[in-house]
Design a protein around this ligand. Structure first.
Ligand code: ATP
Ligand code: MG
Length: 495
């Protein structure tokens, strides 16, 4: 710095001296405390106010002591050691924190001979705008971290899995056992049978429960982005990549569980890479030359027929065997009709608490009988959706078969209830749309029924033409994958 002033007219040197002089004086006058240490970080001078703040009624008592013995948490020793200033810092004290500035003192040869410290603002009053911004940002950071941690915690526990049928009890028994173990879990079963719920419960019941549960829905992410999603990318690794790079889900899930939903949709090249991670616990973020390691427990789920995909060469056999260690088959709802009542009541309870006005919905006996006779191709999700619509459409808190029938694509009794526009999505009981014919035998009762019947047949045909592959179908018909999945579930199409 001094060199910048060299060679200037003498008057400038004078200004410089005055500048230094008044700088010190201003700081000293306005600061709440000033002190100076020597090259060994021992106090050589301290003003009265500052000494008093730290319990020395006479500043002389502080002289000669180590700086930390006078001012706990002092970083003057670091300044003396490095010769570098700490221009702005917050010093925590047993009272309010102080804003401090620490500057090295140099001799003519540039050697550090000591340091001077100013505690600029007591109670941070003068810095209120800056400090309140700082505390707000810090509060937001804490809140965001909490909600992120919340989001990564298991949403469901074993208690969320309603059902006391033999099939349900067996599934829960297997899932509880899986929670005690570390090997990969494979959850199979039709759509809406509770695979995601089980994945959450297994994580939540495992030793990893306090670590993150990270989900990747393989079907919802374009193939080209999946690798980065999984393994992350070095900064600038690909066109359009974040300049900062990206942390992959494997790294995010480190120590916890990675839930790979719709694993049947995973492209073959990525299957190979996943297998490598499962075997070696190692992977390479895109465009980086570093080998990353992650301790991650895998739970995979699919509603696809994985052995059939293996036979068709669309799913790697070695990966299938690797995943097929603890396999849990979630049974379709039609095979555990005795659970329907408990499920329906649990769901109505849930819907009642969500409903305005604190309504308490009940099922008439005929409504319950109707629910038990339905085939539920969309399983528990379909049951929930049906009850949700029934609650929305019902004028009374007592839901009867007459109100439910049109929601299930049935006509009931004398009819006359099938005209509601909310009744668009309905299928005949136990019908699986494996034939190209419309699911319902009856004439559509309204425009919305006709549209629904057409849409269902159109989607079934498109899926069949693509060998049941949802991704290919979505691309071909120009529909988003997530939308297609929802429609498949809602119509109960056997994809
Ligand atoms: N046994 C159950 N008890 C209570 N709720 C359940 C049960 N099974 C499923 N559900 C509920 O049904 C809905 C669908 O479940 P989930 O998402 O776990 O199904 P899934 O098998 O993952 O379906 P998909 O293959 O379509 O992804 C969720 O709202 C879930 O909470
Ligand atoms: Mg799911």
């Amino acid at each position: 710095m001094m060199n910048d002033w060299a060679g200037l007219p003498a008057t400038y040197g004078d200004v410089l001296r005055r500048a230094m002089d008044s700088l010190f004086r201003t700081f000293e006058n306005f600061s709440e405390g000033t002190f100076i240490v020597d090259a060994e970080a021992r106090v050589v001078w301290i003003n009265k106010r500052y000494a008093a703040r730290f319990g020395f009624s006479d500043p002389q008592q502080a002289i000669g002591r180590d700086c930390e013995a006078v001012i706990p948490n002092s970083l003057m020793r670091e300044v003396v050691k490095t010769g570098k200033p700490i221009l702005l810092d917050i010093l925590e004290t047993d009272r309010e924190p102080l804003v401090v500035t620490r500057l090295p003192l140099k001799d003519d040869a540039g050697n550090t001979v000591g340091a001077v410290g100013f505690a600029l603002f007591d109670e941070l009053k003068a810095l209120t705008p800056l400090f309140s911004h700082y505390s707000r940002v810090q509060q937001e950071l804490i809140a965001t971290r909490q909600s992120l941690a919340q989001a990564r915690r298991a949403k469901y526990t074993f208690g969320s899995f309603v059902g006391t049928s033999a099939a349900s009890l067996e599934v829960k028994r297997q899932a509880r056992r899986a929670a005690q173990l570390e090997s990969p879990v494979l959850l199979l079963g039709e759509t809406g049978t509770g695979k995601e719920l089980l994945a959450h419960a297994i994580h939540g019941g495992s030793a990893r429960a306090n670590q993150p549960l990270v989900t990747v829905n393989v079907a919802a992410i374009p193939d080209t982005l999946l690798e980065v999603e999984f393994f992350g990318a070095a900064p600038g690794a690909y066109t359009g990549a974040d300049r900062k790079g990206r942390v992959g889900k494997f790294e995010l899930a480190n120590g916890g569980t990675l839930f790979l939903d719709e694993i049947g949709d995973m492209p073959l090249p990525l299957q190979g890479k996943l297998l490598r991670v499962l075997q070696d616990k190692e992977f390479e973020p895109l465009g980086s030359n570093r080998i990353a390691r992650a301790d991650v427990r895998i739970i995979a789920a699919t509603s696809a027929d994985l052995p059939a995909l293996v036979a068709a060469g669309r799913f790697r056999a070695d990966l299938f065997y690797r995943l097929n260690v603890l396999t849990i088959q979630a049974p379709p709802l039609r095979e555990r009709a005795s659970d329907i009542e408990a499920l329906a009541y649990a769901m109505l309870e849930d819907l009642s608490t969500q409903a305005r006005g604190g309504n308490h919905f009940e099922l008439q006996d005929d409504a319950l009988r109707l629910l038990c006779s339905h085939g539920w191709p969309g399983n528990v999700r379909e049951l929930r959706n049906t009850l949700e619509r029934a609650v929305m459409l019902s004028d009374s808190e007592r839901i009867d078969a007459r109100a439910l029938a049109p929601l299930l694509g049935m006509t009931h009794g004398a009819g006359g209830t099938g005209t509601s526009a909310g009744v668009a999505i309905g299928t005949a009981p136990t019908t699986h749309a494996s034939s190209g014919t419309p699911a319902t035998a009856a004439e559509p009762a309204s425009w919305s029924d006709a549209m629904a019947a057409f849409e269902k047949r159109f989607l079934s045909d498109a899926l069949r033409a693509n060998g049941g592959r949802v991704i290919d179908t979505a691309v071909q018909i120009g529909m988003g994958r997530a939308t297609l999945y929802k429609k498949i579930a809602a119509y109960g199409i056997d994809a």
